[in-house]
Design a protein around this ligand. Sequence first.
Ligand SMILES: [Zn+2]
Length: 98
Amino acid sequence: MVDAELIESVMLKGNLLELILEHIELKPNDMYFEGACPFCKTAQTSFVVNKFAGMFSCENCHKSGDLFKFVELFYDLDFLNAVAFLARKYELVPGPKA
Ligand SMILES: [Zn+2]
């Protein structure tokens, strides 16, 4: 079941850049943050995060998306489980904190 209200709450509370910085090191570059991609694992700085748009993309493996997409790819979850993961993380629902 897709809970539209919960998805909206996650979008309001969630911060893609902060979440990514919990896992990988990125360097600020103007309005972007860039670093090594966690998905294709190249040594290049092919991975960029637009902190205002809340979007990530990699010019090497072409993975891109928003907060939900990052969680799906990074934790190998489907969309609904990504929503549930983030809802727990931001304490919008009871349960163990991610
Ligand atoms: Zn990549």
